[in-house]
Ligand binder design. Sequence first.
Ligand SMILES: [Zn+2]
Length: 442
Amino acid sequence: MLSRKYSAYYHTMTDGTVKQTNPFNGTEVWSIPGRGNKPLTNAIPVTAKRISGGTADHSCIFCQHQYTRIAPEKSRLVSNGSRHEILYYLMPDQIEQQQAEFRRVGNMFEIVTADYWRKNYKYEHPATVDQWRTSYLKHPTGLPHIQSIAMYKLMQGGMTEEQAESILRSGRNSVFDGFFGGCHDLIIGRRHYAEGAEYDTQLCSSGELTPEEHFRYFTITIDTMRDMLETNPYIRYISVFQNWLRSAGASVDHLHKQVCALDEWGATVTGKVQMALQDPNVFNELGTNLASQHNLIFAQNDHAVAFVGIGHRFPTIEIYSASAACRPFQLSREELRGFSDLVHACHAALGSGLSCNEEWYYTPMDAVYTMPWHIELKWRVNVQAGFEGGTGIHINPVLPADFRTMLVERLDALRSAGKLGDCSIVDGCLNTPQPLQYWRRT
Ligand SMILES: [Zn+2]
């Protein structure tokens, strides 16, 4: 593809209105001056309640020591001094032996269910999973745990207590399948509240982790993807996302990611792969280079670039891995650490008080037209209204340049406080275009 006109995607009117068209999906967005700039702040609201040590430990079903309220642990990441390792298929008596830094459990309310894979593809769980399930259910506290969460799941699905008990008594235990062998998992962080929190609004978001903890959070998430791919041959894409706070779709205000395997790519990824087919360099050209031409780049390191995205309904940060590897589990340790550091810095800059979606995009397993691994952080500060529905024009209340300035100010403060990993603040544009190397890989 020959050079495109960058002004077609981003145009500032005389009154300051910025008209944008998303280069990858055509979404039309206006940002109008004076529609409101939410301050980037972690200030404590007056309605916040003080927390005590006990409360900090037992706040929700994802908190430490609430292990029996959710599915059993498929894996956990633990620290042994400076060493970290992932333990698999934990038994009930291992749960309290060692503190888990991150835990992987089956989502009790899967989007794509264990039944879906079994009935549509005749997918059978690997022997290791079946052995774990058998041993777990034989353990004195294993069966009561699984029965109790199965009861909860069935009753949440609309059954009465009697109906749910009748199912469990009948031995029709397919309801257990997703707990052990499903392909929609949660990765749960250790802390509910931020380190040193005094109020119940000081939650531990991705940005409240240290850069090292955030790297390990990525590590176990990617290990989960690898494990699913090794065990389920019908997977064509794995959706990875994080909903932070209830208005972003989270059911629990405790840091967690979701890893959900799919048997297709989905429309968004298909559209992006089609663009890569037509123009292999499109993610440099309409991603980083376009943002650089409009001075929207704000952070970079040797392995990643971060900028304010163009044409999004919500104020959105896009972070691209610069690696030639184009799937998360193909990056080297250094590349992954660099990318993680930049994503962490962006979360820290957004703060923990406002809702945010994190969405991962990368080259599907069975695609030969490559796209770089990139992550979008969508800051849910606005609500879509009738104007958007009626016109197809979306109002994003934050001007892209203002958003960039806010992020830079916050990153400066965080860097001074020593809270960031490898993150250089960039003053709008790249020194040289073409930072992404993904197109070298075929
Ligand atoms: Zn919690």
